[in-house]
Write a protein that binds this ligand. Structure first.
Ligand SMILES: Cc1ncc(COP(=O)(O)O)c(C=O)c1O
Length: 333
């Protein structure tokens, strides 16, 4: 038993999302590869943040908020989904967005998620390069309060223990889908950034008493730092669920070999992974998260870390809207 059903939630996601076999990619890599289609959660293009927002928006409504604020990079998928959730629940949305050095320039400022944020009616604040986004956000919150607004701050990536609950839900879906489809998984693989997706998934598997290793492919920091971040959030999520935080011990695995020069900076392996999945499965990944996550899974198959015949589930966490900010990388003139 856990506290999950007692925690307020609004339903936004088109769930359960499909769990599909990838027959062509399986042939290419000689493994049985499956994909959990969380790119299809339904809100303004979908993605993993929609599940987190079900709990975060419920918490904002319970706090009587009229404005959602969140923070991220200019091409944040989380910001786009937060803007859409705000629109759906009649709330204002203020996005505090930072430029990311080393990313393509042509469309990064106006296309992809930025275009959608504008269409969704969010107010965008681009943090000046010499200012810290946390300080900027604190000042913005004070200003909104002085104007009579009731802001609710959603942390970067929606990654606190409330947001992670969305992936406790997703773990429950995966457990019931693999039972229904008689799939025995050896590993779950996903891209890990602000940590809430991996922490929530692990908490959900622990809650279900299922021991499938979950490997996070880092998109922004070395593995040891990512393991510490995910572990701390997993512990807090377990406590929120009324479980023992020590159940987190030995559960968190991350690989930091595939993020290249840094967050949002394209790698050759990402480009190969995005095109391979598109051309063998008709599956569109993204350049910042799932492209690098899939690049990791492909390489770990090729170097036999995942032995031939392994049954692997890749969690597609969305983000393909970001491709339109990277067209110069995929389509050089
Ligand atoms: C498409 C996509 N995949 C994966 C992630 C990483 O999820 P998390 O931040 O929960 O680790 C994000 C986060 O923004 C994302 O947008």
């Amino acid at each position: 038993m856990s506290n999950l059903t007692a925690i307020p939630r609004v339903v936004i996601s088109h769930a359960p999302t499909a769990l599909e076999h990838m027959p062509q990619l399986s042939k290419v890599l000689n493994r049985n590869l499956y994909v959990k289609r969380d790119d299809c959660t339904g809100l303004a293009g979908g993605g993993n943040k929609t599940r987190k927002l079900e709990y975060l928006v419920a918490a904002a409504i319970a706090a009587n908020a009229d404005t959602l604020i969140t923070v991220g990079g200019l091409q944040s998928n989380h910001a786009r989904q937060t803007a859409a959730a705000a629109a759906k629940f009649g709330l204002h949305c203020e996005l505090v967005l930072e430029d990311v050095k080393g990313t393509p320039k042509l469309d990064y400022y106006q296309n992809g998620n930025m275009l959608l944020d504008n269409i969704l009616g969010a107010k965008i604040h681009q943090v000046p390069d010499d200012l810290d986004s946390n300080q900027y956000t604190d000042t913005l919150i004070k200003q909104l309060i002085s104007e009579g607004k009731k802001p609710y701050l959603i942390p970067v990536g929606g990654s606190n223990e409330i947001g992670s609950l969305g992936y406790v839900q997703c773990a429950q879906e995966i457990v019931s889908q693999i039972k229904q489809q008689a799939v025995e998984l050896d590993h779950i693989v996903l891209a890990t950034g602000s940590a809430g997706t991996q922490a929530g998934l692990l908490a959900g598997l622990i809650l279900a008493g299922i021991d499938i290793p979950v490997l996070g492919i880092c998109v922004s920091r070395p593995a040891a730092e990512q393991v510490a971040l995910v572990t701390a959030l997993l512990e807090r999520t377990l406590v929120l669920l009324g479980l023992d935080k020590n159940l987190a011990k030995g559960k968190v695995f991350a690989n930091g070999d595939y993020y290249g020069e840094g967050y949002g900076i394209a790698t050759q392996a990402m480009i190969e992974a995005v095109t391979l999945c598109a051309q063998h499965e008709g599956l569109i990944l993204d350049p910042v998260y799932t492209g690098k996550g899939m690049a990791g899974m492909i390489d770990l198959c090729r170097n036999n870390t995942f032995p031939e015949g392994s049954n692997l589930l890749f969690v597609h966490t969305g983000g393909s809207q970001g491709l339109f900010a990277y067209q110069e990388i995929f389509n050089p003139s």
